[in-house]
Design a protein around this ligand. Structure first.
Ligand SMILES: Nc1ncnc2c1ncn2[C@@H]1O[C@H](COP(=O)(O)OP(=O)(O)OP(=O)(O)O)[C@@H](O)[C@H]1O
Length: 507
């Protein structure tokens, strides 16, 4: 339905304002827009969408959709005057430079529109053929366009179609947790305009501002899958401990035990830095493009994944491939060293008092208790590896992600995802799982299902923090994927939280 000739006609009659006639370069803009619309006719949304519901001829819908080119109109309830409510960034109206929010539309094709409903104005527009003429009284105090572009990562999902409060759902833009957004207009305190990156459309869409989205999140908190689970509990709560880096089997054991005895999820204790916590409350996290300087320390690489997916296997293989480059962090424990163990090698063996001091001075990224002993991965153990010039590769529970997303560690989070249950069955024939009843028994059907379920939950809660996602299908392939991801993290530009680069409230 989009004949170029009709576009041409329409273009010729594109709204003029006073004596201003469209600049010929608009011809080019319009043909761009035609292309855009062809690709996104069902998604591309702007004020002209109002027309959409009123018109029947599909070609006309398309045409008019473009014609308003991203402006919404509204009626002043008291005076009855029709105004341009909003000009969508990057849309035709915006690019023409002729329509501005606040401009009053007095006539369409010589007919006064005062007192009409916006829908009637739209209808009038729809009925007109050939030349389309607007008489516009420009707003006197046009706001200066001093918008700075802001890049953010969405920490929440948003769907305009499900938001009755949005002024024009069709002009809205949906996004999901983890999406990168380029915010192009913040002039309205409630509704911002943004594009999703990588952007395929020139046109922006409406999204709620930080404050508005925060308010919405509070209203709908029960529907938000993500709730921070960062707890500080006393060291004397030994009943349900956890275990950490390098000993995830114990961790899994005690987690399962604690679940089966009805304990809450408080078996995870993580460090909670100011900046990290701030990010949890912010529906948008400001990000900047960052590339590590070759002279700088490496970024910490942290693997997360559901228990049994193979996080430790992958980590071990990576370190084995190149132990000069990669290293894990040595955990601390209060358990006594065995005769063959050496402090600083298997563990840093420390006494309980020292462990407690480290907890209280916030030195652990994550810690917990298991069988009466404490275990923890300390910030210093990670820094030791990074200071030695190596790449520190650790695995963490997702609850601890916030404790490594800091200016200092600049963690790159790799999520290891299980393949389908069928593929798991094929690839894990000789693999061994550790459960709370058995250490190293063959995988069973239900293990795969449990893992799938755990992966789903993990993704729904934490996907916004994953810098890279890999499926651990064939081991060989996974190792190559992992190696590539680690290289990317160190050598290629990445979006990182802005406060890593210009720290505000760092520890
Ligand atoms: N891609 C793979 N193909 C085949 N077997 C694998 C693969 N990845 C891991 N395994 C095997 O699966 C088993 C569990 O892996 P691993 O111990 O690394 O799990 P994990 O994610 O660290 O879980 P946990 O939290 O229990 O420690 C091991 O026997 C490991 O060798």
């Amino acid at each position: 339905g989009l004949g170029s000739s009709s576009f041409q006609d329409f273009y010729n009659g594109f709204p003029t304002k006073g004596s201003t006639v469209f600049n010929p370069s608009l011809r080019q803009i319009l043909s761009d827009v035609v292309e855009e619309v062809k690709h996104s006719i069902d998604k591309e949304i702007n004020g002209a969408e109002l027309l959409y519901s009123l018109l029947n001829a599909p070609w006309l819908k398309s045409l008019l959709k473009v014609s308003l080119g991203g402006a919404t109109i509204k009626r002043n309830g008291i005076t009855g005057e029709i105004f341009v409510a909003r000009v969508i960034h990057g849309g035709l109206a915006d690019r023409s430079g002729l329509l501005h929010a606040g401009d009053r539309i007095t006539e369409v094709n010589g007919y006064s529109v005062d007192g009409l409903e916006p829908e009637q104005v739209i209808e009038r527009l729809a009925r007109s053929q050939g030349t389309l003429m607007f008489k516009v009284v420009p707003i006197t105090d046009r706001p200066v366009n001093n918008q700075t572009i802001l890049y953010v990562r969405a920490m929440a999902d948003y769907s305009p179609q499900q938001d009755p409060a949005i002024p024009c759902a069709e002009a809205g833009m949906d996004f999901r947790k983890g999406d990168l957004l380029e915010i192009v207009d913040q002039s309205d305190t409630l509704w911002w305009q943004a594009k999703k990156l990588p952007s395929t459309s020139a046109c922006a869409g409406l999204i709620p501002s930080t404050n508005l989205l925060r308010r919405k999140q509070k209203e709908f908190w029960w529907s938000q899958p993500y709730q921070p689970h960062t707890f500080f509990v006393t060291l004397h709560d030994q009943k349900y401990g956890i275990y950490l880096t390098g000993f995830r089997r114990s961790l899994r054991l005690c987690r399962r035990q604690s679940l089966s005895t009805g304990s809450s999820q408080q078996s995870f204790h993580t460090r909670c830095s100011g900046s990290g916590y701030g990010a949890l409350n912010n529906p948008y996290e400001e990000v900047v493009r960052y590339q590590r300087n070759p002279q700088d320390k490496h970024r910490l690489v942290a693997l997360v994944g559901p228990s049994g997916v193979g996080v430790n296997e992958l980590r071990r293989r990576l370190i084995e491939i190149n132990p000069v480059t990669f290293q894990g962090a040595v955990a601390h424990t209060t358990r006594a060293a065995r005769s063959y163990e050496e402090s600083g090698k298997e563990y840093h063996f420390i006494n309980r008092e020292l462990f407690e001091n480290m907890v209280y001075s916030n030195r652990f990224l994550e810690y917990g208790a298991y069988k009466g002993h404490f275990y923890g991965t300390s910030l210093d153990a990670v820094k030791d590896v990074l200071n030695s010039g190596r790449i520190c590769v650790i695995d963490i529970e997702p609850h601890a992600i916030q404790s490594v997303r800091t200016h200092e560690l600049k963690a790159y989070i790799i999520y290891v995802k299980p393949p389908t249950a069928e593929r798991m069955k094929e690839t894990r024939k000789d693999a061994q799982i550790t459960t709370n009843y058995y250490v190293n028994r063959p995988f069973k059907e239900e293990d795969f299902q449990e893992m799938e379920e755990a992966a789903r939950k993990m993704e729904s809660q934490y996907c916004q923090f994953f810098d890279s996602v890999m499926v651990n299908d064939g081991l060989q392939d996974s190792c190559v994927q992992l190696l590539r991801a680690v290289r990317r993290a160190q050598d290629e530009p990445q979006w990182v939280p802005a406060n890593w680069i210009r720290p505000t409230e760092e520890f």
